[in-house]
Every structure is written in structure tokens, then in C-alpha cells.
Design a binder for this molecule. Structure first.
Ligand SMILES: Cc1cc2nc3c(=O)[nH]c(=O)nc-3n(C[C@H](O)[C@H](O)[C@H](O)COP(=O)(O)OP(=O)(O)OC[C@H]3O[C@@H](n4cnc5c(N)ncnc54)[C@H](O)[C@@H]3O)c2cc1C
Length: 306
């Protein structure tokens, strides 16, 4: 009888696909990401924020032009208040660095240790990174210099390529390239980086790059001791990946380091939103909070259609 009852329960369990609520993943826990998280969670959707650190607020001593603070508030204090507020409302936080955005079953944010699929993904990683100052880098952009391994690896099949960077993001780009290129050199620009579990065709070079050479396209790189290494492609992955890198990788339109969004902060890909400093314009907390709210309001409408 007990057994029959268990069989009855199994057959009457709700189908996981039908019962699961669509969810949102937010990359970044600054004013834009937290504002988006608050609007989404209060609309009844499960929200996970994946963030690395305090972003711009971590570098801000005092803010005295944001609504509601009679006395100046420190950046870290404002950051922590945002996290507390969102946690109280039920937002989940994961502290980890996102290194890629891919299509699996759904759009998925990938870190070195996990992956976070979302029916909606909100990019809120703050202002874009600054490209390293190396002679020839700007001039050879699009002709051997790339910012996206998954987008451009195809053009360098069987060739020797390099990655500039010393962190998880550089490692991720190198591993992507290793699958199709002959050799991949990670140029750490003088930083002592300890990479583990690299494919056998990935090497690490700590001598700084000083120049990229080539006329029609990249032909070689020059190191600070004037050694020349022939190389067909160089991929910039300095520091951590930002929103524009993710948008580009998954096929959303970007304009330089800025993500192209419409009046709802929607990108050119359905379900992908961007807000805050990463969309350019005024780099201020008030604008980041506004855009986070606007992105989430539209994302809620989108999630309700799923
Ligand atoms: C020195 C300084 C002073 C400032 N003073 C003022 C001021 O007085 N008034 C004012 O209004 N504004 C000020 N600003 C600007 C303000 O801090 C920003 O406009 C605002 O923080 C932008 O919010 P955001 O959410 O877009 O980005 P950020 O606050 O930069 O947050 C970005 C978030 O994304 C995360 N992130 C980034 N990349 C990844 C990744 N790959 N994986 C996971 N997480 C990632 C970061 O860790 C962070 O949590 C100042 C900025 C600076 C630097």
C-alpha cells in the first residue's frame, strides 16, 4: 500500500519545467545591479547577483550628491547598504568573477567554478576596462588585435596567437583559443601569474610586450628585451571581463566599450539587459540606479511572457 502511495506521488509530482519560475541573473552588485535586483525580486522572480567586488563604489571616498543622505556617504557604506537591502528582499548573492556569457539551455553566465543560467541576464559590471598602452595595439584593432576569443578564434585556426592578461579572464580566453590555434602565449605584462591546468599548447610569457608589428595585419610582437615573436593574433583580456565583453561574445551590439541599449535598457538580444556605467553616458550613482530600475521593469514584462 505504502509503495503504491509512493508511485502515486511520483506520477503526480509537478513537471520541473512547468513549475519552475523564470529567473534573472544579474552580473554586478553596484548601484545598477542592486537596483535591478530589487525591482525583479519584488515582482516575484528568483534573482541571483554574481559579483566580484565593490566596483566603482570601492574606490569612492565620499558621495554627497545622491538622494537621501544628509551627510556624505562612503562608497563602501553605500555598497553594503545595497547588498543588505537586496538580501532582506530575498536576492541571492554569489561572490565570483564572471568570465563569459554563453548559450547553453538558456543564456548562462560562466565563472571558473560554476555556471548560472538565466531567463533574463542583466549586465551591470560598471565602466569598461582600459586597454593596455602598447604601440600598434589601437592601429591593428580588427586586423590581428581582438577583444573576444569566442568571436574571432575561427580566424586563427592552426596559427600562433597570444592573450594579454594575467587573471582568470585571460586564462579563459587562452583555453578557448587553445582548442583551435597552434600555440597560445599568455603575456602577463611583467606580472607573476600562476595558472593551473592549462592545455599543453598554452605557454606563459612574463616579459612585457612593448610593440605590435604589422602593416596589413599583425605579424609579430616585440618584448621589452627586443625579442621578436611571430604571432598572427593577439587577444586583449586584461583585468576582468566587463559587460561589453560579455555582450560582444554573445552577439549583442556594442559601440566600442559601450553596450547599445534601447529606451528600456534592453540590448539587441531578447532577455539581455544592460544598465549603469556600462551603457556609457553620465557615470553617476543616480543614473545607474535609474537604469537598473528601468531594465528590471522591462525584464519583468519579458519574464511574464515566458
Ligand atoms: C573615485 C570615484 C568617485 C565617484 N564619485 C561619485 C559621486 O560623488 N557621485 C556619484 O553619483 N557617482 C560617483 N562615482 C561614480 C559611481 O561610483 C558610478 O557611476 C556607479 O558606481 C556605477 O554603478 P554601476 O552599478 O554601473 O557600476 P559599479 O558600481 O562599478 O559596479 C560594478 C559591479 O560589477 C562587478 N563586476 C565587474 N566585472 C565583473 C565580472 N567580470 N564578474 C562579476 N562581477 C563583476 C563589480 O565587482 C561590481 O560589483 C564615482 C566613481 C569613482 C571611481
Amino acid at each position: 500500500m505504502k509503495r503504491l502511495y509512493h508511485i502515486f506521488l511520483i506520477f503526480n509530482m509537478p513537471h520541473p519545467r512547468i513549475s519552475m519560475k523564470p529567473n534573472a541573473i544579474i552580473i554586478g552588485a553596484g548601484p545598477a545591479g542592486i537596483s535591478a535586483a530589487i525591482y525583479l525580486v519584488r515582482a516575484g522572480f528568483p534573482v541571483t547577483v554574481v559579483y566580484r567586488d565593490m566596483g566603482a563604489l570601492g574606490k569612492t571616498d565620499k558621495i554627497e550628491n545622491f538622494y537621501g543622505f544628509p551627510e556624505p556617504v562612503s562608497g563602501p557604506d553605500l555598497f553594503n547598504r545595497g547588498i543588505e537591502q537586496a538580501k532582506r528582499l530575498g536576492v541571492t548573492f554569489i561572490q565570483d568573477e564572471v568570465v563569459g556569457l554563453v548559450w547553453e539551455d538558456k543564456m548562462t553566465a560562466v565563472t571558473q567554478s560554476g555556471s548560472y543560467p538565466g531567463d533574463v541576464i542583466v549586465l551591470a559590471t560598471g565602466a569598461a576596462r582600459i586597454a593596455p598602452k602598447i604601440d600598434g595595439l589601437k592601429e591593428l584593432e580588427g586586423r590581428g588585435v581582438s577583444y573576444c576569443a569566442i568571436c574571432d578564434a575561427f580566424f586563427y585556426r592552426g596559427k600562433d596567437v597570444g592573450v594579454i592578461g594575467a587573471g582568470d579572464y585571460a586564462k579563459h580566453e587562452a583555453i578557448t583559443l587553445a582548442a583551435t590555434s597552434r600555440n597560445v602565449t599568455i603575456f602577463t605584462m611583467g606580472k607573476a601569474a600562476e595558472f593551473t591546468d592549462l592545455p599543453s599548447n598554452v605557454h606563459v610569457e612574463t616579459r612585457p610586450l612593448i610593440r605590435l608589428n604589422g602593416t596589413e595585419s599583425l605579424e609579430s610582437v616585440e618584448l621589452d628585451d627586443h625579442a621578436i615573436l611571430p604571432i598572427a593574433g593577439i587577444f586583449v583580456a586584461v583585468g576582468i571581463a566587463g559587460s561589453a565583453d560579455f555582450a560582444r561574445k554573445i552577439g549583442a551590439q556594442t559601440d566600442g566599450v559601450r553596450i547599445v541599449t534601447d529606451d528600456n535598457n534592453a540590448t539587441t538580444l531578447p532577455g539581455l539587459y544592460a544598465c549603469g556605467d556600462c551603457t556609457g553616458g553620465m557615470l553617476q550613482v543616480a543614473k545607474a540606479v535609474y537604469e537598473g530600475a528601468r531594465a528590471a521593469t522591462h525584464a519583468v514584462k519579458y519574464l511574464r511572457t515566458l
